[in-house]
Design a protein around this ligand. Structure first.
Ligand SMILES: C[S@@+](CC[C@H](N)C(=O)[O-])C[C@H]1O[C@@H](n2cnc3c(N)ncnc32)[C@H](O)[C@@H]1O
Length: 378
């Protein structure tokens, strides 16, 4: 890939993660991508990484991983530790980061070749929760997380949520003693349809072609490195990882589409089947998506079920035209994407008594920082 394209990607990431409105704790994340963007020698390194491996994201994760493993000084002093406040960003960060990357060039490129970039963000559960509550009503839920990664969404009823509304009020959902608190800013004119408590989940299962086993310290350390180096995000990741380890759920290793009919057939009858997908179907080929939709419709003839999707518009990038759930996306939203807006689309396809209805629910920040409700009828 050419260096100009990589520079553009690094620039877009700096702006997306740390817009002018972001708290100072996001300065380090922005500084990392800005240094990659501004240093020709670093851009040349990134250009060696194949485009489909997301060079700036993968390389920045590799640097965070290595800074922590080597306890690199002075660079490491700018990086947060879970549970502690964000340390101040060193005034020499850009210079130190640049030198570190060049000094460890080979190790960093080896890490990039060995790993893929995988962000596992429990914060996304703050987006899935209202959709799940809408779907469930008062019914018991059998939850299936498609492309579950580290399995954070399978625990979404075990976290506490704080939604900050535009008028300054807050709504809290979940147990006050929960180990993980996820805070989200509600945006836009519509009030979020929040439940008083999380839905009752009576069965859970995950599926992933490459489940991430948090019990393996090297996998956990890599996923932590893929989390932006912001104190809140890192603390959320580590605490949610402990919740996952304390509450094991069976995760089927395999392809979502192949596994779907079998997974649904095993769930207890009388429950509402809720299939979650967070940043998974966006990576499907059109034929795969079509096959998934067909299998879903077949299953939806026999029992009530919901597919709740949180995915960027497809195809990824400025030519995005549609949502992965076959639902109308207004031109104004497509335009927001073209104008550089970075968001996931929360949508839902519900099957009730054999009837099928798709709806567009909300837009949300990829890391869960904000949620803008769109659906007029909840
Ligand atoms: C970007 S990660 C998202 C993980 C998780 N849903 C989250 O939001 O933190 C995408 C996950 O989907 C999995 N995946 C992608 N395509 C898949 C497929 N066809 N079948 C099963 N898993 C898949 C990947 O292995 C990866 O763990």
């Amino acid at each position: 890939m050419d260096t100009a394209t990589v520079a553009k990607q690094a620039d877009a990431l700096a702006r997306a993660w740390s817009p002018p409105s972001a708290p100072p704790s996001w300065e380090l994340t922005a500084a990392m991508f800005e240094t990659l963007r501004d240093q020709p020698e670093l851009l040349a390194l990134l250009a060696e990484i194949p485009e489909d491996r997301l060079p700036p994201l993968l390389f920045s994760a590799a640097t965070t991983f290595l800074v922590r493993r080597l306890e690199a000084e002075p660079l490491g002093r700018s990086y947060p530790v879970a549970g502690a406040p964000q340390p101040p960003l060193s005034p020499t960060f850009a210079r130190d980061y640049h030198s570190f990357c060049l000094a460890h060039r080979d190790e960093l490129l080896a890490l990039c070749a060995e790993h893929r970039y995988q962000m596992s963000e429990p914060g996304r559960c703050a987006h899935l929760l209202p959709a799940l509550a809408l779907a469930a009503g008062s019914r018991d839920v059998a939850l299936v997380d498609l492309g579950t990664g580290a399995g954070f969404a399978l625990q979404l009823d075990r976290y506490r949520y704080v939604y900050r509304h535009p008028d300054g009020t807050r709504t809290t959902v979940g147990d006050d003693s929960a180990a993980v608190t996820i805070e989200t800013e509600a945006r836009g004119p519509r009030r979020l349809p929040l439940p008083s408590e999380p839905p009752r989940i009576v069965a859970r299962a995950g599926v992933d072609t490459e489940p991430a086993d948090l019990a393996d310290p090297s996998i956990r350390a890599w996923l932590a490195a893929c989390t932006p180096p912001e104190a809140g995000a890192l603390t959320r990741f580590e605490r949610a990882a402990d919740v996952v380890l304390s509450n094991p759920v069976a995760v089927h290793r395999g392809d979502v589409v192949d596994a779907l009919p079998g997974l649904i057939a095993e769930l207890p009858s009388g429950t509402l089947v809720c299939l979650l997908d967070a940043y998974v179907h966006v990576f499907f080929e059109p034929e795969q998506l079509e096959r998934f939709g067909r299998l879903l419709a077949e299953a939806g003839r026999d029992r009530d079920l919901d597919w709740i999707s949180l995915d960027p518009l497809v195809p990824l990038g400025p030519s995005a035209r549609r949502a992965v759930v076959d639902v109308h996306v207004p031109a104004t939203i497509l335009q927001r994407g073209r104008d550089g807006g970075v968001f996931g689309v929360l949508s839902r396809r519900a099957f009730r008594d054999g009837r099928d209805r798709a709806s567009l629910l909300a837009l949300g920040h990829p890391g869960g920082a904000w949620l803008e409700w769109l659906a007029p009828d909840g």
